[in-house]
Ligand binder design. Structure first.
Ligand SMILES: [Zn+2]
Length: 128
C-alpha cells in the first residue's frame, strides 16, 4: 500500500474481511445467534437468549460482518465493502432497514446487502 503524502487518512478501520456468508452464519451461531435460512441468500438471524427472540437488524448485521459504523444523526456511516472506499460513503438507516452507498451507488435492504455481499465474496474467492 502506498502512502498518500500530505493527506492524513481518517481513523476508520478499513479492514473488512469479505468472508463467505456461510462462514459469517457459523460465527453468528457461535455467538448465540440462531440463523434460519429461508433460501440460499435469505436468512433470519434470531438471538435466542432474549425472551421472545429478537431479529437482527441491518446495523447489527453489518457490524457482524466487520463493517465499522458510526452514528451520524439518524443514519449510520461506514466504509462501503463493495468498492475501494476511503471516506465513509455507506449510509445506513436502521429504522427503515435500508442502506445506500454514495460512492458506488449500490443500495437496498438487508436482503440486497446479503446478496451483494455474496456476489462479491464469490467473485473474489470462488472463481467459477
Ligand atoms: Zn460503495
Amino acid at each position: 500500500m502506498k502512502k498518500v503524502a500530505g493527506k492524513e487518512p481518517l481513523t476508520w478501520n478499513s479492514e473488512v474481511v469479505m468472508k463467505p456468508i456461510e462462514e459469517i452464519a457459523k460465527d453468528l451461531e457461535r455467538e448465540g445467534w440462531h440463523v434460519l435460512w429461508t433460501s440460499e441468500v435469505e436468512a433470519i438471524a434470531v438471538r435466542d437468549m432474549y425472551p421472545g427472540g429478537e431479529d437482527m437488524d441491518i446495523v447489527e448485521l453489518m457490524e457482524n460482518v466487520g463493517i465499522k459504523l458510526k452514528k451520524a444523526g439518524n443514519e449510520y456511516l461506514g466504509l462501503c465493502p463493495f468498492h475501494d472506499d476511503h471516506n465513509p460513503s455507506l449510509s445506513v438507516n436502521r429504522e427503515k432497514g435500508v442502506w445506500h452507498c454514495f460512492g458506488c451507488g449500490k443500495s437496498g435492504d438487508l436482503t440486497a446487502f446479503v446478496k451483494e455481499w455474496q456476489y462479491h465474496t464469490q467473485n473474489s474467492n470462488y472463481q467459477e
